[in-house]
Ligand binder design. Structure first.
Ligand SMILES: NC(=O)c1ccc[n+]([C@@H]2O[C@H](COP(=O)([O-])OP(=O)(O)OC[C@H]3O[C@@H](n4cnc5c(N)ncnc54)[C@H](O)[C@@H]3O)[C@@H](O)[C@H]2O)c1
Length: 440
């Protein structure tokens, strides 16, 4: 039997669902609410609507323990003391700002049913100043309820989200009400204080930490991709260059892997939102704006390399795209570089067959088809493009495919096959960031 919940999580997406299941596993009694009936039905049946390693088992465990329930009705959270809000804040197409429509709707709904003294914890990534504005809104609309807003940005990485929930590198909280901050701190008291740093600050600093962290990581990715353009043209091996840079402890090795450009549900929208917000305040972030522009152009750098390999003839040529998700171990295709590369190829008249172990992508272009295996995607291909770093592509037996491809050409945007060059010597193997003359 499910005990009455003390914590509500609003939004059962990548962030909300992990938060809800994670808190339930830590012993809290949680209700997770979403506006999507399909999502809630699936979750009530113990089926995760997203792919995340280990999620299905954990979900089954906390459902069986009676510590989690799922609902379409915010009313079912009326007895809760804390509401973790994890709804989407996607890019507003016209302005580049974060669209706060879902957040405001969720907060207004909560304000109607919450009991006195409840805390609203904002996990969604929101522009600097949002939490303060939410607090003012609540104080004006339901002053008698003394609701408090706490900022608690999320840093999980899709693909290792469960691990990130249970072993966060830090917990950031921001707010103006010490009692509310302590209440959230208490909810997270399971985390070992000696192992998990807690940063308690004001709303503004907390919100800025989230955007600045993503902007910095996007900058690292973009930086190495630009250096890769140089090694590819002038000479050198970007993998060794990355290692040589990253071994400097002031720089660090992470996020220095060459690739198709950053994508996903966070970096593109958060970099754009931060740059837009800064412009609005008259403090243009020039580095960040350059990062966005360079990353946007990355697909054309890749297109040029594809054209070189295919002797400048792309129209009507068959390209197998391996990987649709924005990175390995997720099914998320939001703002995926693979998707923008697919469209860039289609715009040039190529015929694209894409395959991904988990992600799905459809478009009405008749030159595009999603295949159900690597084999099917590569059948008849003039070029195979490795875009996402799935293990399946690292380990695939490409030699078994030699007879069925149109041309034995591979362009590897993740350096997945670099250690297998001898074994794949019958292939014309090209790596991004490495001049084709140095390839073999
Ligand atoms: N996905 C990530 O890796 C990640 C990491 C850190 C931060 N974030 C941030 O967390 C937030 C959520 O991201 P996500 O990837 O989980 O989004 P998502 O789209 O996967 O999930 C959002 C969920 O909220 C639901 N929803 C919308 N309005 C609602 C309402 N009024 N009441 C109840 N449910 C509602 C949607 O139906 C959806 O299921 C965003 O601000 C994002 O920037 C995401």
């Amino acid at each position: 039997m499910t005990v009455s919940p003390s914590i509500a999580v609003i939004g059962a997406g990548y962030v909300g669902l992990i938060q809800a299941v994670g808190l339930a596993k830590q012993g809290h009694s949680v209700v997770c609410i979403d506006v999507s009936a399909e999502r809630i039905n699936q979750l009530q049946a113990g089926v995760p609507p997203i792919y995340e390693e280990g999620l299905e088992e954990l979900l089954g465990e906390v459902i069986a323990a009676g510590r989690i329930s799922f609902s379409l009705e915010v009313n079912s959270a009326a007895e809760c003391d804390a509401f973790f809000v994890a709804v989407g804040t996607p890019t507003e197409e016209k302005t580049g700002n974060a669209n706060l429509g879902y957040l405001y709707t969720a907060v207004d709904d909560i304000s109607q049913i919450a009991r006195k003294g409840a805390v609203l914890v904002v996990k969604s990534t929101v522009p600097i100043g949002t939490c303060e504005r939410l607090q003012i809104r609540l104080d004006e609309r339901v002053p008698e309820k003394n609701l408090s807003v706490v900022s608690n940005p999320e840093f999980l990485r899709e693909g290792r989200a469960i691990q990130d929930f249970f072993q966060p590198e830090r917990v950031v909280l921001g707010g103006a009400d010490v009692a509310a901050l302590n209440k959230v701190r208490e909810i997270y008291s399971v985390f070992d204080k000696d192992k998990v740093p807690f940063l308690i600050s004001d709303w503004f600093s907390s919100e800025t930490i989230k955007y600045a962290a993503n902007a910095f990581l996007a900058m690292k990715v973009t930086f190495i991709n630009e250096i890769a353009n140089l090694t590819q043209t002038v000479g050198g091996d970007i993998e060794i260059v990355s290692k040589g840079i990253g071994l400097d402890s002031r720089i660090g090795e992470q996020f220095l892997n060459v690739g198709p450009g950053y994508g996903g549900s966070c970096f593109p929208k958060d970099t754009l939102a931060l740059a837009t917000m800064a412009r609005r305040h008259g403090v243009q972030q020039q580095i960040l704006e350059a990062v966005i522009a360079v990353n946007d152009n990355r697909r054309y750098m890749i297109l040029r390399r594809v054209e070189d390999i295919l002797d400048q003839k792309l129209r009507g040529r068959r390209v197998a795209v391996l990987g649709i998700a924005f990175k390995a171990n997720t099914d998320d295709v939001r703002d995926s570089s693979a998707v923008s590369i697919i469209h860039t190829l289609l715009d040039e008249g190529a015929v694209v067959r894409a395959y991904d172990p988990m992600a799905k992508y459809e478009t009405s272009d008749s030159n595009y088809q999603q295949s159900s295996s690597v084999e099917e995607a590569m059948d008849g291909a003039d070029l195979t493009l490795i875009v996402t770093e799935w293990d399946e592509f690292k380990n695939y037996d490409y030699n078994s495919q030699l007879a069925s491809v149109g041309q034995a050409k591979i362009l590897d945007l993740r350096l997945s096959l670099k250690s297998r060059q001898d074994e794949l010597s019958d292939w014309d193997l090209n790596f991004i960031g490495i001049n084709s003359l140095n390839n073999n």
